[in-house]
Design a protein around this ligand. Sequence first.
Ligand code: C2E
Ligand code: CA
Ligand code: CA
Ligand code: CA
Length: 279
Amino acid sequence: KEKGRNTYHFFTPDLDATAQAKRAIERDLRHAIKTFDEFHIVYQPIVDLETGQMKSAEALIRWHSAERGLVSPDQFIPLAERNHLILPIGEWVLETACREIKSWSEQSQTPFRVSINLSSRQFKEDNLPEVIKGVLDRTGFNPNQLSLEITETLMMENLDEALKMLHELKAMGVRLSIDDFGTGYSSLNYLKRFPLDTLKIDRMFVRDVTTNPEDAAVVAAILTMAHSMGLEVVGEGIETKDHNDFLFAKGCQLGQGYYFSRPLRIDEFNLFAERSEYE
Ligand code: C2E
Ligand code: CA
Ligand code: CA
Ligand code: CA
């Protein structure tokens, strides 16, 4: 015990402060998910690169903490993944996004697709299909309007388990996207085995695509392979007209990024969607 206590002296004050800060965020997060009052979802349009028309949207969670102000998902999602809080949070996102997009689809009389991020923690829960089925039943949302985004590292971690889960989800009629493609280690060869619909090219490759020949070659190769597998491709992080034009010239149909729109609150999103329809 004595020795154990002494080891604390080896922690630098910095590390200690970080650990404390994390515990404090975790405490606030636990409190916040009792009501979910401090959370909302923003929707970022996914746009046809040829026509500029919106085709679907990605749901992204926002936490506006009374104590801390706006907390970025990059700060609290990894934390929530470590302590299981991601399970209630993930289910809340699914249910809220399906409800909001269903209501929007009904008003505008356009069946509309929404993409939702799944964390690896959710994906590893055996009851994920039941959770999703429950959400679809409660909201009356059409499964083929729901696209689930998963990362490649997640799928490579436990290949056989992942394949089984993906097929189970696919059998429910939902669509499957591979997110942040190019950042993990999966070879395109493995990709063939997954029942995927969409591949999202990570924004890291898009950023310098018009100036860096290596990035350009990677993006072109991803597009060629994805198309030969019949996958729909979304370019992420499109910030300029040059990004847009380059990707479109290489055969990418869809894009997402600040060039089209930042993520929008549902009321702003409605306005954007209406405008986009009449363009
Ligand atoms: P992601 O899934 O790759 O989401 C795209 C991120 O890129 C979003 O950041 C979005 O706001 C940002 N972005 C969009 N367009 C551009 C652009 O043109 N340039 C740049 N630099 N960034 C752009 P956000 O909303 O901060 O989310 C960060 C990450 O947090 C997401 O990355 C995702 O991994 C995670 N996340 C967000 N919402 C959820 C959620 O509801 N559930 C789970 N499990 N993870 C989420
Ligand atoms: Ca995503
Ligand atoms: Ca992404
Ligand atoms: Ca990401």
